[in-house]
Design a protein around this ligand. Sequence first.
Ligand SMILES: Cc1cc2nc3c(=O)[nH]c(=O)nc-3n(C[C@H](O)[C@H](O)[C@H](O)COP(=O)(O)OP(=O)(O)OC[C@H]3O[C@@H](n4cnc5c(N)ncnc54)[C@H](O)[C@@H]3O)c2cc1C
Length: 157
Amino acid sequence: MGGGPAGLSAALVLLRARRILVAPGCATNCQTFPASESDGDGTCCTAPASGTLIPRTAVFVRPRFVPNAELLTGLGCEVDEHGWVVHDPVGRTGVAGVWVAGNAADPRAQVISAAGEGSAAAIALNADLVDEDVKRALADHRAGHAASAPAHPTSSI
Ligand SMILES: Cc1cc2nc3c(=O)[nH]c(=O)nc-3n(C[C@H](O)[C@H](O)[C@H](O)COP(=O)(O)OP(=O)(O)OC[C@H]3O[C@@H](n4cnc5c(N)ncnc54)[C@H](O)[C@@H]3O)c2cc1C
């Protein structure tokens, strides 16, 4: 659900208009009850942090995605305030040679977008490696020329 607080308020209005109750707080204590014990028409009730029992026929709980980023943080990658590794649009992190894609970097990624991010990261990574190879070859080339060049050239072309 995007759009920050304004987007959330708008979404709540839409859900209420569809007669979908949104219970604030974490649904940490969901229980099922026989219909005879619940004062509603359903068999499922939720007791959020407040302890209030809310008779429902179904409960939808939105999961909170938590990054599994120990490997990346162990390598020194910076994380944002929610624990997700900071990276540029092609997945490059602040640590040289470390790239991220998919759910390692983006909790909203689905299969198709995770694969797309992986592809974009691979293309950029390959370009970085080629760039590194070219720089090394150029340095070797210059060093080779310097070593083989006469100290006092007698002619030039
Ligand atoms: C319940 C559920 C339903 C979903 N339904 C859909 C759907 O219908 N359609 C859709 O497009 N997407 C769906 N998704 C999302 C989809 O699964 C992900 O977007 C996708 O799998 C991301 O791919 P990924 O390669 O980034 O991560 P993953 O598929 O999670 O792959 C990461 C891999 O890295 C491994 N790993 C982690 N840490 C380490 C480590 N330190 N060393 C070695 N290996 C490690 C993990 O074991 C895992 O195998 C669903 C996700 C969930 C949880």
